[in-house]
Structure formats: C-alpha cells, structure tokens
Design a protein around this ligand. Structure first.
Ligand code: ADP
Ligand code: MG
Length: 698
C-alpha cells in the first residue's frame, strides 16, 4: 500500500476513535501499561463507520492494524501518557470460518474461528529485537526477529568484523509468546468425523489467558508455513494463525440453531403420552432389545440438574453409566450411536489415541518452538458440557485411572507437572463400556469381582449395566430376526442407491426401512436435548421426594441389623435424584413427579440386583461395588484366618494348606473358593508361608 494511502487510513482510524472509542481510549490511557495494553476494536463498529475501511481490515489486516496502532499513538490523550507499545486488537467479525473450511484463499485475510483449545504451551519470552554486542569493539548491532529462524548479523556495525557476538539481554526486546491448538468443537462434528485443528500464535497481553479445554473464538490472520526442513523443502505448506484476539466463550450449545418451527415440534413431542417409548426407539434402532439401557442413555443425555449450594459447593447433575458385558453384545454399537444424537460428544477408546489419553497431560514435545512443555486436553475435557463415550474403558492407561476419580466426581482434572499447574474443567457425563476381567462373565463368580476397575472408580458410576450373552431360544430368535431385518433393509436401501435397475418398488423399500428407522429423527432429537438442557430446570415435588426416600430407607433397613450387609450408600441416593430430574426433563417438565421417581427407581433397583447382589446370600450388598468385597466374603476370609490360626498350633511347621482346605470343605466352602481366599489373605499380608504349602497368620 502506498504511503499516501496510509496517511489516509491513519486519519480514518483517528476519526473512528473520536466517534466511537473516546471512552475506551481514555480508559486504556488510565490503565496502560500495567493493567491493560490493548484497545479492542469491534469490526462491526468499523463497518458502521465505513464499510470500505472494514473491508480493507479483512483483506489487509496486518497493514491496517499498523495504521490503527499509529493512529492510536497520534491520538490526543486526556492524560499525559504515551501509548507507545499499545496494541489494537480487532475482534467480533461478522462470521466465523469452519476450521475444516480454511483454504489457500484465506491466506493473509482476517478470519475468525471457533473451537476448543486442545493444546497450549507455557507462556515463554520470545525475542523480537536482538541486540548483538561485538566482543571486539563493544558496538551493539540490533536485528529485528520475525517468526521463523533466528537472524544473526553478517558483520558488526562498528568494526565491520564478523564478531564474535554476545546477545545483550538488557538491550534486546522480548515479548511473551504462547502457542495454542484450536480444534473444532465436538458439536460441530457429525457422525464421528475426525476433528481438525489450527495452531495459533499469540503474543503479549493475550497470552496465558486460555488453557486446554476452553471454548474460544479466535480472530487473526491466516499464514502459511513451508513444510520440510531447510535442506529439503517441500512444495506443500501448513497453515497457522497469528492471533489478534482470543475470547473465551462459555455458552452451552451455542452453535445449535433451534428455529421457532423446531421449537413447536419439540413441544408437541414432549406432550405425547408415549414420549419415553419414542425416545427409546430413537436410540440405536439397529440394536435389538436393551430398552432399559437405552432409556438410561436417554436420561443421561438429558442429565440431572447441576446444583449450586449457598456454601458455594456444587453437586453434579451429570450421570455416569457403565455397560459391562460379554463380547459381541452390541455395546460398542450403542456407544458410538451417541454421536448421532448428543449435542456435544466425544467418542474414543480407553486405549486412547492421543498422548493426553482420557483426562489430560503435560507433555514435552515439539509443538511450539523447540522442545517445550505443553498442556494437552484429553477426551473428558474436550467433552466438557457434553458426553464422553469411552469404549474399552477397562483398557485405559494407569495415569488416567487416578485422574479419573477427580474427573468423575469433582468434574475437573488437575495437572501438576514440570511447572505446569492447571485445573481443567470436565463437566461431562461418561458413558463407558468394558469387558469383564476374563473377557466373558463367569456365572459362578460374583459379577463385582469380574469388573476390572478399582472399586473407588466403579462407585462413581450412577448406573452399571451388565450384559451377559447366554443362549435363550426365544430371545435368540427375536434377535436373529431383528438383525436379519436390519440387514435386509440395508441391502434394499443400498441396492436402490447403487443400481439404477432396481426391481424393488419404493413402497417395498420404505416398508422395510421404516421398521428399523429411529422413531425421532436424530437431528430433531439433538435439538430437543439441547433445548431441554438450556430451558428446563426441574425441581422435586413432595411426592417424588417421598418415593425416593422410601426406596432408600427400605433398602437401608435391610442392613440395619448389625450382622447384615450395607445394601446401599448415599451415593445411590444422589444418583436416583439425578435420574429423576432427567426423567422430568424428557417431558420438558419443571416438576419431578412421583412417576419420574418410580421410573428411575425401577432402573436403579434392577441395576443393583445385577451387580450388587451377593450370590451367596441373595441379598443386596453395596460393598460388592463400593469396597470390592461382600460381607459374606469378609466373613469367609475371617473364618479361613480363624481356621489357620487354630491349626497352626497343632503343627510345628504351620498350618498345612491341604488340611486348611479340607476343614474349609467340611464347613461348606468349596476348594477353589478356599484357595482363592487364602490367596487374598496372603496378598493382604495377613497370612504368610513359612515354607511351601504351610501357612501362618501374622
Ligand atoms: P461389543 O462391543 O459388545 O463387543 P459390538 O457392538 O461390536 O459388540 O457388536 C458386534 C456385532 O453384533 C455388531 O455388528 C452388532 O450390530 C451385532 N449385535 C450384537 N448384539 C446385537 C443386538 N442386540 N441387536 C442387533 N445387533 C447386535
Ligand atoms: Mg466392543
């Protein structure tokens, strides 16, 4: 741009400031440079002031920014300060570009993208002007440094020799710099697309404000960076952004557009008698059965109400669910269907595909200049305010296991490593799937012993479903029928799409596909859920509260006699409340009714009976899940220990294992169980082996 034009532009900005930004600049002058270093220009203001100028800003953002900054330096200030290093940051562009839509045409343009911060480096000083001090004559040679390679002087400006030089830090200029990776928000993705991302360099006062997991809107210039190394350059380029402004957005499901028409349809649906059945039919229609699981998935999608108490503590409203069962029972299929209907979801495998795994991690890699520590958000952070579907949860990394407890209950994840101290939000629901410890359930062992997750983690789940795959003629026939029909529908549909001489009539095809189509269109259901979560905050009615209280107290009284097991803990009570709230939300109701309570009590009870019943006594036992051993097991362990204690005084070498087992069998414990219990006592250090096959108590 020519010089003359520049003066015009600077004048234009000065006029703009006088018309629109008088107060803001006054403020800045007061706070500069400690509290505030930037003047934020709203693009919409520029447009109102002069559409051509706004156009120029979009097409030549860097030149225009310089003019705007020059205009700010020339501006008549009410107080006696100089805004020498103040920045002008342009934000609030009329529209944002999808990260996956960024093209070569956008190069050099001012654009705005929205997404979630996947990775963020530490804030580090970056040299912008290096002062090279000649070791021979002491003259300073100043070289401005741009992004890219470090520039050194060819010769000393004083003695004209080639150094050696030393960088004089006091005379050099530094700026704070940070690099962040912004990834498409989960709600923008349809049907499990892999999210794409863009790296953004930011400087000075806007660094250190965002962290991994934040939802942001970034305005900046799209730049290109040549791929390959210096020696071996490639014709391909990577894109990145120089960020002008980064704003944190906190709105839920902001991107979901719900029209007046949608709203009518949603409200109509919500008042239907059979809404709960309709909802169940809308989830994974190709999977036969699992009505209870599907209803619970619906409740999870709607979720309970997050409560904020006067003492500033908070009770989560999000529900966590675990499907655990035999292989090939459709767990993965159901899990992945969540992506079709959840307004915001992340689907991943416990093995994890990124270094951040399921939670978050501080990693040292070459994201950023050179090796640097970076904070990276994992699935549970990316799913903040949504749902994380994690398949093969039992295979998760050891690091994740410990962070998981905090993530599920407090709904945040703390990372503290290598000087990075951060707390990331993970206000999401977890839908997990896992296989039993030995791949398939053993029906003779308590189910709780076959779940390969530690009790403390398991107890965080509001609902645990066990899926066993046992032959049953009627069920197998229905299942086969369903799967064959689903496949037939798929065949017909594909046939019609792929071949132009189909001999099936449209009517035929529709008849068959109708059978396996979801009862509510996924698109509508997604909006329905977003609408409910945004607008509906149900409260308990007296009757609903009584139902739940009775359920809880009844169960507890079973455990009141001193010798009985504790059948249920307060955790389940909170879970029941959350589920009941979700049930009310499905109807878009402000009141949780007695029917809501009844509906969810049935589910909670049947889940507890699946996993929480002690097979030896047939009684509910909360410790099966929450502590990992049942009361009868604890008694048994005590008994075996008693046995060993009695026997060891009869034998010099200690109690012989064989005899212990014989005695145990006499009182009705079979051999494998007895061996198992002895093994447990040894692990706990309550019993040891002075020599092979002999036991002593400690
Ligand atoms: P899992 O994750 O439990 O091991 P998958 O979800 O991978 O099992 O399911 C294996 C296959 O069996 C899938 O193709 C699925 O469609 C089919 N399948 C299993 N159970 C059902 C069911 N109840 N209804 C329909 N299809 C099923
Ligand atoms: Mg699977």
């Amino acid at each position: 741009m020519a010089r003359a034009e520049n003066t015009e532009l600077i004048d234009a900005f000065e006029d703009l400031y006088r018309d629109y930004y008088r107060n803001e600049i006054g403020d800045l002058a007061q706070k500069y440079p400690t509290e505030q270093k930037s003047l934020y220009l709203d693009w919409q203001d520029i447009y109102r002031f002069d559409p051509d100028l706004a156009d120029d800003v979009q097409n030549h953002p860097e030149e225009l920014r310089e003019c705007a900054e020059e205009a700010l330096r020339l501006y008549d200030l009410p107080v006696d300060v100089k805004l020498g290093q103040a920045h002008v940051r342009i934000h609030n562009l009329p529209e944002s570009t999808d990260i996956r839509e960024l093209r070569a045409d956008h190069r050099g343009q001012l654009i705005s993208v929205q997404g979630i911060v996947r990775k963020a480096t530490d804030v580090k000083p970056k040299i912008t002007q290096a002062a090279f001090e000649c070791q021979r004559c002491g003259t300073l040679t100043r070289i401005p440094q741009q992004t890219g390679d470090f520039q050194e002087p060819h010769e000393c400006q004083g003695c004209e020799r080639q150094g050696p030089f030393r960088i004089n830090f006091d005379q050099s200029e530094f700026i704070d710099a940070q690099k962040i990776r912004v990834q498409e928000s989960p709600e923008g993705l349809r049907g499990g697309e892999t999210p794409q991302s863009i790296d953004v360099n930011i400087e000075d006062d806007i660094t250190g404000e965002v962290t991994a997991g934040d939802h942001v809107r970034v305005s900046g210039v799209l730049k290109l960076d040549q791929q390959g190394s210096d020696q071996d350059q490639s014709p391909m380029f990577d894109t990145y952004m120089d960020g002008f402004s980064v704003e944190i957005e906190d709105e839920q499901f902001e991107e979901m557009d719900i029209t007046e028409e949608d709203k009518q349809e949603i409200i109509e649906l919500s008042s239907r008698e059979d809404i709960y059945d309709e909802m169940v039919g809308a989830i994974a229609p190709s999977i036969y059965g699992y009505d209870r699981e599907k209803l619970s998935m619906i409740l999870q999608l709607f979720s309970g109400v997050t409560k904020h108490l006067p003492d500033e503590s908070r009770i989560r409203g999000d529900l966590h669910m675990l499907l655990i069962g035999d292989p090939g029972t459709g767990k993965s299929q159901m899990l992945s269907y969540i992506q079709n209907i959840a307004p915001r979801s992340v689907y991943t495998s416990g093995k994890g595909s990124s270094s951040a795994g399921l939670t978050a991690a501080a990693v040292r890699d070459d994201f950023g200049d050179g090796q640097q520590w970076t904070l990276e958000a994992g699935a549970l952070v990316l799913a903040d305010q949504g749902i994380a579907a994690v398949d093969e949860l039992d295979k998760m990394a050891a690091d994740d296991r410990s962070a998981m407890h905090q993530a599920l209950e407090q709904q945040e994840i703390s990372v503290s490593k290598a000087g990075i101290n951060a707390t990331l939000k993970s206000r999401c629901s977890l839908l997990g799937a896992a296989n039993p410890k030995y791949g398939r359930f053993d029906q003779y062992e308590p189910i709780s012993e076959q779940i390969d997750l530690e009790p403390a983690l398991i107890s965080r789940f509001d609902l645990i479903f066990t899926v066993t795959d046992q032959p049953n003629e009627e069920k197998d026939r229905n299942l086969a029928d369903h799967i064959l029909r689903t496949n037939y529908a798929g065949e017909l549909h594909t046939h019609r799409v792929e071949s132009n001489t189909s001999n099936f009539s449209d009517e035929e095809v529709e008849n068959v596909t109708d059978d396996v189509a979801p009862t509510i269109e996924p698109e509508l259901l997604r909006k329905y859920i977003a609408y409910a979560k945004r607008n509906c905050y149900p409260t308990m009615t007296e009757e609903a509260r009584e139902e739940i209280e009775d359920f809880y107290v009844d169960l507890r009284t079973q455990g009141a006699d001193e010798d009985a097991a504790v059948p249920v803990t307060a955790r389940k009570l909170e879970a029941t409340v959350r589920l009941a709230e979700a049930s009310a939300r499905v109807r878009l109701s402000d009141k949780v009714t007695a029917e809501d309570s009844q509906r969810v009590i049935d589910i909670v009870r049947s889940c507890m009976e699946d996993v929480g019943v002690d097979p030896e006594t047939g009684e509910l036992d909360a410790d099966m899940i929450e502590a990992g051993t049942t009361k009868s097991q604890r008694d048994r362990i005590k008994n075996i220990k008693q046995l060993i204690d009695d026997l060891e005084s009869e034998y010099d070498e200690g109690a012989p294992v064989e005899v212990v087992i014989d005695r145990a069998e006499e009182v009705g414990m079979d051999e494998t169980k007895a061996e198992h219990e002895i093994e447990k006592l040894k692990q706990k250090g309550e019993v040891y082996e002075p020599q092979t096959d002999y036991l002593r108590t400690t």
